[in-house]
Design a binder for this molecule. Structure first.
Ligand SMILES: Cc1cc2nc3c(=O)[nH]c(=O)nc-3n(C[C@H](O)[C@H](O)[C@H](O)COP(=O)(O)O)c2cc1C
Length: 387
């Protein structure tokens, strides 16, 4: 077993072990992938200020996200088809998150259902909602999340229609995979994945199959989103969903200060500055570049979180020092899961935690609430001058 010291090590192992179709699904952005690339490269443009001779004893990365205690300001982002990266992937990721003390967010498009994850865990998790045209189904989904004791509803706003990812179309992405000759040849080299899948609780969309009708191909993500997702979602509908849920609401996919103000108006408990990991609007700003303007607009009135591009504890440190109260990792934990199952998710969290803890100390800070822009060296034109 190779020594895992960083998230890239997990990614290499992940690529070897998981079928090509699901690796490509995670490791791609939409169209030219400019936003996908800049999500990570823009983090590199920010540097950290090294400070010395500061007492580093008694450090802690603990803080809160939407009023909940977290071991570090990092949650697992909702990732569709997690249970195709590894058998019972959502259950394994949720258990790793619970043991580590960080929130797990279950996607609407998960393989394991809300009920299966609830049964396998004891800490409340967060449920991510995609809004569907079928209002009955949507109401039942919200009720199922409530019955499972989910402690926050994460409503995703940046995917009413699907951005095109070329490789998913070329690979014929589906869950379970359709057994074409190229897929079978690839699966033959992924025996570890295949053996796990034979024993999986489920291999289809657990929150959907059997709960909703009228989709031409129930295994296809593209068919689901095209036929079921509600393209008419607007701020009025979001306000109604918030009312219907009645608990904590996190609005995910905000990249613009005007939208952040709207989110504030509908009473969001938190917003997630996100471009869906570069998977939706190609050409949009990276999340870390969009963050300062959003913080200026609403940062003192609503909790601002960030995702897209986080691959290390240093990235978490930069986002939090910039002003985010929490971050999410999507691909970073998915690599760990595909590489090593639950232990791989734990390893991804350990890696990020250590990087955050040590880098924070080397910047002369001991606690998350001591982090501010003073530890960052941000290029003068970082936010860009756009007309
Ligand atoms: C494979 C994959 C599937 C995703 N599925 C969902 C989803 O079902 N719902 C959602 O709100 N976001 C989804 N996202 C976006 C993530 O929640 C998150 O915004 C993104 O992964 C953050 O970027 P990062 O991967 O660079 O950390 C997905 C991302 C990936 C990589």
């Amino acid at each position: 077993m190779p020594v895992i010291t960083n998230i890239d090590d997990l990614k290499r192992l992940y690529q070897r072990r998981v079928p090509r179709m699901f690796y490509d699904y995670a490791e791609s952005g939409s169209w030219t992938e400019q936003t996908f690339r800049e999500n990570t490269s823009d983090f590199e443009d920010i540097r950290l200020r090294q400070r010395v001779a500061v007492d580093m004893t008694g450090r802690s990365t603990a803080t809160q996200m939407v009023g909940q205690d977290v071991a570090m300001p990092v949650a697992l982002a909702p990732v569709g088809l997690t249970g195709m990266q590894c058998a019972d992937g959502e259950i394994k990721a949720a258990r790793a998150a619970e043991a580590f003390g960080v929130p797990f967010t279950l996607s609407t498009m998960s393989i394991n259902s809300i009920e299966e994850v609830a049964e396998a865990t004891s800490a409340p998790f967060w449920f991510q909602l995609y809004t569907m045209k079928d209002q009955d189904y949507l109401s039942r989904l919200i009720e199922r999340a409530r019955a499972a004791n989910c402690s926050a509803l994460v409503i995703t706003l940046d995917l009413q229609i699907l951005g095109q990812r070329h490789r998913d179309l070329k690979n014929g992405l589906s869950a379970p995979p359709k057994l074409t000759i190229p897929t079978m040849m690839n699966l033959a080299t992924k025996w570890r994945w295949g053996i796990g899948m034979l024993g999986a609780k489920r291999r289809d969309f657990g929150n959907i199959v059997g709960h909703v009708q009228g989709v031409s191909d129930p295994s296809s993500l593209m068919a689901w989103t095209g036929e079921q997702f509600d393209p008419s979602l607007d701020w009025d509908k979001i306000a109604k969903l918030k009312e219907q849920w009645g608990g904590k609401v996190i609005l995910k996919g905000i990249l613009d200060a005007d939208d952040a103000r709207m989110a504030l108006k509908v009473g969001a408990d938190a917003i997630v500055v996100s471009n869906h990991g570069g998977r939706q609007l190609d050409g949009a700003l990276s999340s870390i570049r969009a963050l300062p303007a959003i913080l200026d607009a609403v940062g003192d009135k609503v909790e601002v979180h960030l995702d897209s591009g986080i691959r290390s504890g240093q990235d978490v440190l930069k986002a939090v020092a910039m002003g985010a109260k929490g971050t999410y990792i999507g691909r970073a934990f998915t690599y760990g899961l595909g590489a090593m199952g639950q232990a791989g998710v734990t390893r991804a969290l350990e890696v990020i935690h250590k990087e955050l803890d040590v880098s924070m100390a080397l910047c002369g800070r001991r606690r998350i609430d001591e982090l501010d822009r003073d530890i960052l060296l941000v290029p003068e034109d970082f936010e860009g001058r756009w007309q």
